[in-house]
Design a protein around this ligand. Structure first.
Ligand SMILES: C[S@@+](CC[C@H](N)C(=O)[O-])C[C@H]1O[C@@H](n2cnc3c(N)ncnc32)[C@H](O)[C@@H]1O
Length: 252
């Protein structure tokens, strides 16, 4: 199943809890595997955010937060983090992680064989700093306020109208604030009608230039890099992808 309904399934909840909180020895036990692609929801923060450029106790938004790991990593240095996702099942799981610090779930081994694992939140994070909410990244409430840092990790190519989401960033990011976008740019008509794909049909324009246009002149590209990540389907099948990470500064 490849559509937004996937994110409301128990299979997706288990897959993303494992992606966000799984231990490397369980998640990628093969020494031949691309271990550097492990831990993406943490690396989005450690590799893309420069906390020294933010004011003390910054306010952050994690758009498309899924089951919450990136939000908890942001809470290491942010006074307040709002995590928003369209999937009620994902937000329920994120809130359970916030409340209990752990959550039992199962993941596929092969066929109908499954294994029980325990997702554990990082112990040295003040999880009460995070506020998880169900919401639509393309229709955010007007009273959400503005943020010193907005992170949209692997979200834009899952939206029907990514340009509408990007157009909202000028009012969402405070002057002088930062916006981090990561995406493997996997455009699929199941999520995004083709006329809304942010890509260059002739391949002449890097996608980050198309994103720059959608963001408008208030944003300047500050940093871009490749961020590999690994989605485990079952014990012997993984999707290895490379997101492009871009960091943008909102002009003052
Ligand atoms: C590919 S996952 C990435 C999740 C997470 N940021 C990560 O890096 O693991 C895409 C996420 O976007 C969420 N999503 C899809 N459409 C959305 C929308 N309109 N508003 C907010 N979240 C949405 C999905 O529920 C899912 O959690």
């Amino acid at each position: 199943m490849m559509s937004e309904a996937f994110y409301e399934t128990g299979e997706a909840v288990g897959q993303y809890l494992f992606f966000h909180y799984g231990k490397i020895t369980d998640y990628m036990p093969y020494p031949q595997g691309p271990v550097e692609a492990f831990g993406f929801p943490v690396r989005v923060v450690t590799g893309m955010v420069d906390s020294s450029t933010l004011p003390p106790s910054p306010r952050a938004l994690d758009l498309g937060c899924a089951v919450g790991r990136t939000s908890f990593e942001l809470a290491r240095f942010c006074g307040e983090v709002v995590g928003i996702d369209a999937s009620a099942r994902f937000i329920e799981a994120a809130q359970a992680m916030q409340r209990e610090g752990r959550l039992e779930h199962d993941v596929l081994i092969e066929g109908a064989r499954r294994m029980q694992v325990t997702a554990e939140a990082p112990v040295d994070v003040d999880r009460t700093r995070v506020d998880f909410r169900v919401g639509d990244a393309q229709a955010l409430p007007d009273d959400l306020g503005a943020f010193d840092l907005v992170v949209a990790a692997n979200l834009i190519d899952r939206l029907p109208d990514p340009a509408a989401c990007l157009a909202r960033m000028e009012s969402l990011v405070k002057p002088g604030g930062r916006l981090v976008i990561t995406s493997p740019y996997t455009w699929l008509i199941d999520y995004t009608p083709k006329q809304n794909w942010l890509y260059s049909p002739d391949g002449d324009t890097p996608t980050r230039d198309i994103i720059a246009r959608a963001l408008g002149p208030a944003f300047t590209l500050e940093h871009h890099t490749d961020l590999p990540f690994l989605i485990r389907e079952h014990a012997r099948k993984y999707q290895w992808s490379v997101a492009e990470g871009t960091r943008w500064m909102r002009g003052v």
